[in-house]
Design a protein around this ligand. Structure first.
Ligand SMILES: Cc1ncc(COP(=O)(O)O)c(C=O)c1O
Length: 407
């Protein structure tokens, strides 16, 4: 077709302002360098380096040979729904009915379904920063307005009750919390959650969505308490988001689940029914085995993450200009790089922003990490420590050298 008759594509307004996530962009930049023959260590992606357990893989193989290959139920197949009910009873002391559970292609789709099912134009969703980048774009795609509240490092990157009270307005539909958190690793204590709950009790129109996908990666002596355990009075307006990706090293299986009030779950099923239908039947069989099977290895994996966390926090705090808090959960660090801003690289470039620092780390020292601006709190950067000890040691040495070379 000649140029005169070609129609150029324009995006719809819900996605007009959204770009491919910075996390993906960093991975792509690292991949380009690797393809060009350069050594690159990527600490950018958030997935466990463990393998999916063998009994889970076997359950998937068995499902294939048993002919479990037809359209699954939109909300999830009964054996998996039962396994999820059992998980909530066993691990969280929570009792749900079957119509309060939905299974999706990842926790990501649970979040999307919930926002799509509930938001009208102009509704706002309170998102504490630093946030997982996806939250913001998802709220926008679903027609809502993200209401970002900055949570300082001094307060452990956590939302305070005062901040919550000040952020709630007539259009607030949801507070979206993530604990343990990506990118900060922050975990809300029972007392902190209660204090936020007390504010929400004064605002009955505001719902609470809590992403608990990292629940099995917590380091504190108190372990993990689900928000619904702490705030049972909010049961009729709370959605718990979870999945098997992080705990069972099943990121590629795409299997998440949500638990909440039946009318919300029903509306989420309406969205999912028109988008993807039920989650992959084979992945559902695998997730059923994961949730019903032996859970002992979770503690070992968590201990391994703790060792790596301790090593990396110490190494970063020995790098001049960086300072890193000790996070209480997940497998991310969110160090401040304020101390290197304004300094000059050996190549003569002045580092003005966290993105400049991350570009310098990648270009000059072959370490890929994600700038804090992607998570709504600049002056920091995120790295994942779900990598081998050798790789982390090598990355830590490069970061130390990179910082030491700045003037
Ligand atoms: C906070 C948080 N929620 C949800 C997800 C996505 O989980 P899933 O793989 O189940 O879609 C991630 C993945 O990085 C995450 O960090």
């Amino acid at each position: 077709m000649d140029a005169e008759h070609m129609t150029s594509f324009t995006r719809g307004e819900r996605v007009a302002s959204i770009e491919i996530s910075e996390i993906v962009q960093i991975s792509e930049a690292a991949a380009r360098k690797r393809a060009a023959g350069e050594a690159v260590i990527t600490l950018g992606t958030g997935e466990p380096d463990f393998d999916t357990p063998d009994h889970v893989k076997q359950a998937a193989v068995d499902a294939i040979w048993a002919g479990d290959t037809k359209y699954p139920a939109t909300r999830g197949n009964p054996p998996l729904i039962d396994a999820i009910l059992g998980k909530f009873r066993r691990e969280n002391g929570l009792t749900f009915e079957r119509d309060q559970i939905i299974v999706s292609a990842g926790a990501k789709q649970i979040l999307f379904n919930a926002l799509m099912a509930s938001l009208s134009a102009g509704d706002d969703v309170i998102v504490p920063a630093p946030y997982w980048t996806t939250y913001l774009d998802m709220v926008t795609v679903c027609g809502g307005r993200p209401n970002v509240v900055t949570c300082s490092a001094e307060n452990g990157f956590k939302l305070t009750p005062e901040q919550l009270e000040a952020a709630i307005g007539p259009d607030t539909r949801w507070l979206l919390l993530n604990t343990p958190g990506n990118p900060s690793g922050a975990v809300y204590s029972v007392a902190e959650m209660r204090a936020l709950g007390a504010v929400l009790e004064r605002h009955p129109r505001v719902w609470l969505m809590v992403d608990e996908i990292y629940e099995h990666i917590v380091y504190g002596a108190d372990g993990f308490t689900s928000a619904l355990q702490t705030l049972p009075r909010l049961a009729d307006r709370m959605l718990i988001v979870n999945g098997v990706s992080k705990a069972y090293a099943m990121t590629g299986w795409r299997l998440g689940y949500g638990a909440g009030p039946a009318p919300l779950i029903k509306a989420m099923a309406v969205v999912q029914g028109q988008a993807t239908s039920g989650a992959c039947s084979i992945s559902q069989a695998a997730a059923t085995a994961a949730l019903n099977g032996n859970q002992d290895f979770l503690a070992d994996r968590c201990a391994s993450f703790r060792e790596r966390r301790d090593m990396m926090v110490a190494a970063l705090n020995q790098s001049s200009g960086l300072s890193c808090q000790m996070p209480e959960g997940a497998f991310y660090l969110y160090p401040s790089c304020e101390g290197v801003l304004g300094l000059t690289t050996p190549g003569g470039a002045v580092l003005s922003t966290d993105a400049d620092f991350c570009a310098y780390l990648l270009d000059a020292h072959g370490v890929a990490v994600v700038p804090g601006r992607a998570f709504g709190l600049p002056g920091h950067f995120r790295l994942s420590y779900a990598y081998s000890k050798e790789l982390l040691e090598s990355a830590a040495a490069s970061i130390r050298t990179a910082c030491g070379a700045l003037r």
